[in-house]
Design a protein around this ligand. Structure first.
Ligand code: ATP
Length: 312
């Protein structure tokens, strides 16, 4: 890992009237890392990202990209952003992409063609005639076309079908492997789980948990369904390390394990297990804990809306 983060947010606070949208947020993203910013609607993800991009001024705290600020042209040239990108509806997609290429100091034509074909974008159509998903593709292509050193992606797969979502995740991984720092905001867990090396959970504007995806997986609960050839050896299962609960139902046992299932699997040898099913909701438990509380606190928050004149 390099010794300086490419993206840093230090004590960022953003208030809109009485509403604290972002509350003392601190995070760093290192070269070659994807940082997943996860949180329910209204948690403050977009506001943090807008401040990071220099579209709005922080109430307090500091933000930085590549040792400078996103408002500096040289820094902006090395950054890619997907989020509130306003696209000129009257222009053809191809013309707009060429214009973006010019802003970036020139991008080889075949790079743009390659991205358009990966995302299946028809560049001859006018932006105003494109569906939401196709407009999102234009936004993604302009962000990736110049192989940026930092990528700030605010819900980049919004409006895309599952196949294209996977293409975008693959594109993000390719940039990450090339050393790009990626801040990836999403409100869906499976997406963040699939892409992030580290994850920060934002709730009511504050970071309530930050950890590596690997650590979160290590402590996450697992729900296993074990089907035995004969009776369920419930006592053996209960004795295994990490096993929280065992429910026997005929020849099937429903077992909840905290963390590693290694000891349980060792003990199962020779006990006639015919089938093991793992339910993929282990991580969701962790996240739902936070989401649940968020719904309560959201309803208590003061939603004073002020137009702060977002600059683009
Ligand atoms: N210009 C603004 N004026 C007033 N309130 C605002 C403004 N922009 C955002 N907010 C409020 O700040 C809070 C955080 O919003 P933000 O858009 O950052 O959340 P988010 O996590 O990105 O949510 P989503 O997933 O829905 O995009 C919300 O309560 C929102 O209503």
């Amino acid at each position: 890992m390099n010794d300086a983060p490419s993206i840093h947010v230090d004590g960022l606070t953003k208030r809109f009237g009485k509403l604290t949208a972002v509350d003392d947020l601190t995070l760093q993203v290192w070269p070659g890392e994807v940082y997943g910013l996860l949180g329910p609607n209204g948690a403050g993800k977009s506001t943090s990202i807008r401040a990071l991009m220099g579209f709005i001024n922080p109430t307090s705290g500091r933000v930085g990209l590549l040792g400078g600020h996103a408002r500096e042209l040289e820094i902006r040239r090395q950054a890619g952003y997907v989020g509130d990108v306003t696209l000129d509806r009257g222009l053809r997609a191809g013309t707009l992409l060429s214009w973006y290429a010019g802003l970036r100091g020139g991008v080889p034509e075949n790079r743009i063609t390659e991205l358009c074909s990966r995302l299946e974008l028809d560049t001859s159509r006018k932006i105003g005639q494109l569906s939401t998903g196709n407009r999102q593709k234009v936004s993604i292509i302009q962000a990736f076309m110049h192989d940026p050193d930092v990528l700030i992606l605010d819900e980049p797969t919004a409006g895309l079908d599952p196949l294209l979502q996977r293409t975008v995740l693959r594109m993000v991984r390719e940039r990450r492997d090339a050393g790009t720092s990626v801040l990836y905001s999403s409100h869906t867990l499976p997406e963040v789980e699939a892409i992030a090396d580290r994850v920060g959970i934002l709730r009511a504007g504050a970071l309530v948990r930050e950890d590596t995806m690997a650590n979160i997986r290590d402590v996450a609960r697992q729900r296993l369904e074990l089907r035995f050839a004969g009776d369920v050896p419930a006592d053996v299962l209960r004795d295994a390390e990490g096993v929280a609960t065992v429910d026997a139902d005929g020849r099937t046992a429903h077992v909840v394990v905290d963390g590693s299932a290694a000891d349980l699997i060792d003990r199962l040898a020779g006990l006639g297990v015919e089938r093991i099913t793992s339910h993929d909701d282990d991580l969701e438990d962790i996240f739902f804990e936070y989401y649940q509380d968020e719904q309560d606190s959201e309803s208590n928050r003061d939603h004073t809306h002020e137009d702060q004149g977002v600059a683009r």
